[in-house]
Write a protein that binds this ligand. Structure first.
Ligand code: ADP
Ligand code: MG
Length: 669
């Protein structure tokens, strides 16, 4: 049960302040947790060390002397007798201390400078006991102060404490000796000891993860029970015939993933599966075999790509793959002529197309399949949870496969994609050479020019990636147009330079890409290579400007584009950032070529929202829980969530589930 801030006894003015921090009711307020604690202990003078934060009580024994500067600034000095020691206190910008009376009792908080000297941050007339202890420090926004937050929580807690109910079912509170919610809230906000903080965290983290896991289970259950489809019938061997035509064998992980997908397709449970693996690990092929099985069962399939160029690339590679079969494939994107589109849509509804590849254009309502059986979406960060929902609704009970090139460790995937089954490709096809990556502490092409000239002389091609398109956009980052002009001049008459960015028309983009893939352009400058996803095996070098502006996973994906052929790729990360943290982060890419490791590091450093892009809104809001460190609690709560779901009839479990159902939209919105 949650109460309005007014019912918490707060004034309209205070409520307005709290609203700015997204605090709208008692639940929000009580779960506005401190991010750290300050400890104030009274330590005897003889034990003070220089630079210690100190608090002490004493009597004013000298009249404060104040010197005023310009702009209302001032410094005041006075002496305080504390026990038998005289302390010289300095305090800035409190000229009113001159009104203090001799013999007055004071509490001083400040920094010990040595030689009996303290620089005070504040002084008070109240007894010292009121300041000693562990003080929570809250995140602040706008004009909100620590005192505001502290005070609001105190007021609300005192008013409501007898109404605070447990959320976690009692059975589990007893089993793990957790705290009652009321005590947990008190101990996290007004702890009397470190042990209280520890106990409160233990309970509140468990509560967070338990809620999340029950929510995930409910979603999965809803998906499973309402969405049976008829299992597709096809012969597994026939599917693999297509793979036998290839010049290589499937890797073990590919084989396992294909089998997992085929099992889903043939069962009457609707597939809702994530296929994750590094760029170039062979996901598309795995998905294609699923689409082939769908075709063999007599149904249509769709493959969705985030950009037009990628859609065309998928189209091309599927066409090649399916050449030995009679599968009919088409590609749909918004730039198609109206006539061509109409023809395509007619064919689609008449089942003269078996597999439709395309961009988001496929999601539009006028795109009607005759008998859609499976949808594959190539995520590359760009499909939101809502778009995926729309896709699922597109077909009547279609099987859904999501491909992600940002692979994440399994335990994490189970949290972040908890609503899906997961297939993982960890091993790369044989013979792939890792991209050699260098960090260059200068944001200039010229620092690698010799290496570039060498590669160009060998007839190899180069990608150059910039964060911005035009100068005006982001004046701190190098931009494509500038670099394009410089390089054109520099290589004039020797090599051709091309430019590709998001603001170009799709035909223009297409032309440039075409020329690059035919080696008519040797140096391609582009905003992100996701836009240039076309497989150009001869491109072996990538230069990334302002590398510190990208996430590690994204950089790793980008360099995956030059790991396509059997020549060794070389990637130069350029940055003039001096920020040690940024540089350390980039160094991860020099050491590791494993997308799982890299994304884990990225997640650890930046949190899940950043990395998973549009899925951000689906990332559960763990306030206290740490998905890296709290694996024990996570795993236990996962098991307990199952138990709760399986024992819905117990009143306490039922109450808990009802509560989650009310809240769970916030998990998967
Ligand atoms: P992803 O979609 O994971 O980025 P792709 O499916 O596009 O990767 O595969 C990248 C390249 O590797 C393609 O040219 C594909 O034909 C090739 N490939 C896929 N599987 C294998 C394999 N088992 N052995 C060798 N090459 C493979
Ligand atoms: Mg791919």
């Amino acid at each position: 049960m949650s109460y309005s801030l007014k019912e918490c006894g707060l004034t309209p003015k205070r409520i307005e302040l709290l609203n700015k921090a997204n605090i709208f009711n008692s639940d929000d307020l009580f779960s506005y947790y401190p991010y750290r604690y300050d400890v104030l202990e009274s330590v005897p003078y003889k034990d003070w060390k220089v630079n210690d934060k100190v608090i002490f009580e004493g009597i004013l024994i000298s009249k404060p002397a104040t010197y005023k500067y310009r702009g209302n600034r001032s410094v005041s000095r006075f002496n305080v007798l504390s026990e038998d020691d005289v302390i010289n206190v300095t305090i800035y910008n409190r000229h009113w201390v001159s009104q203090l009376k001799l013999e007055q009792k004071l509490v001083i908080i400040g920094k010990y400078e040595g030689n009996n000297k303290v620089t005070a941050s504040n002084y008070y007339g109240k007894p010292i006991d009121e300041f000693l202890g562990i003080n929570p420090i809250y995140p602040l926004v706008d004009k909100l102060t620590q005192k505001n937050v502290n005070d609001s929580i105190k007021k609300a807690f005192n008013k409501l404490k007898d109404k605070i109910e447990n959320i976690i079912p009692n059975e589990f509170i007893i089993r793990y000796r957790l705290l009652n919610k009321k005590d947990a809230i008190r101990m996290i906000h007004f702890p009397k000891s470190y042990n209280e903080i520890r106990l409160a965290l233990r309970t509140l983290k468990y509560e967070e993860f338990l809620k999340f896991n029950v929510a995930i289970n409910l979603i999965r259950e809803a998906n499973d029970s309402t969405t049976f489809n008829q299992g597709k019938s096809f012969n597994y061997d026939d599917v693999f015939v297509l793979a036998n035509n290839l010049s290589f064998n499937l890797t073990k992980d590919q084989l396992r993933s294909v089998n997992e997908i085929l099992d889903d397709l043939s069962s009457n449970k609707i597939m809702y599966r994530l296929l994750q693996g590094d760029v170039g690990s062979g996901k598309t092929l795995v998905a294609a075999l699923g689409l082939y099985a769908t075709f063999l069962s007599g149904k249509q399939g769709a493959l969705l790509a985030p950009t037009e160029i990628l859609a065309k690339q998928h189209y091309k590679s599927l066409k090649t793959l399916f050449r030995p079969t009679n599968v009919k494939i088409e590609v749909l994107y918004s730039a198609l002529s109206t006539l061509k589109k109409k023809d395509l849509l007619d064919k689609l509804v008449n089942k003269e197309i078996d597999i439709l590849v395309g961009t988001h254009a496929i999601l539009q309502d006028n795109v009607v399949f005759n008998d859609l059986g499976m949808v594959v979406a190539d995520e590359q960060h760009r499909f939101g949870v809502k778009q995926r929902e729309k896709l699922r609704e597109k077909g009547d009970k279609v099987d859904f496969l999501l491909m992600s090139a940002t692979p994440i460790p399994r335990t994490l995937a189970m949290i972040l994609y908890g609503d899906m089954d997961i297939s993982t490709i960890e091993t790369m096809p044989k013979g792939r050479k890792p991209v050699k990556t260098y960090l260059i502490n200068e944001n200039s092409f010229m620092s690698v020019i010799d290496e570039i000239e060498e590669k160009l002389a060998l007839n190899e091609q180069i990608y150059i990636i910039c964060a911005a398109i035009e100068e005006s956009e982001n004046f701190e980052a190098r931009n494509t147009v500038d670099i394009y002009n410089n390089l054109k001049e520099y290589f004039d008459g020797r090599y051709n330079v091309g430019l590709l960015h998001g603001k170009m028309k799709s035909e223009e983009k297409e032309d440039v890409m075409e020329e690059f893939s035919k080696n008519k352009i040797q140096i391609l400058i582009s905003t992100t290579v996701i836009e240039v996803g076309v497989n150009v095996v001869n491109a072996t070098v990538m230069i990334i400007y302002d590398a510190h502006r990208y996430g590690l996973s994204q950089l790793h994906q980008l360099r995956g584009r030059i790991q396509r052929g059997n020549k060794e790729g070389i990637c130069y990360l350029l940055t003039d950032s001096k920020d040690e943290e940024s540089l350390n982060r980039l160094n991860v890419l020099l050491k590791s070529n494993n997308g799982f490791e890299i994304s884990a590091e990225d997640l650890r450093l930046r949190g899940p929202g950043d990395i998973l892009g549009t899925r951000q809104s689906g990332v559960p809001g763990f306030i206290l829980g740490d998905i890296f460190k709290d694996t024990k609690i996570i795993n236990q709560s996962r098991i307990d969530a199952k138990e709760i779901i399986e024992n819905k009839d117990k009143p306490d479990n039922n109450r808990f589930i009802k509560l989650i159902e009310k809240e769970s939209t916030s998990y998967m919105d």
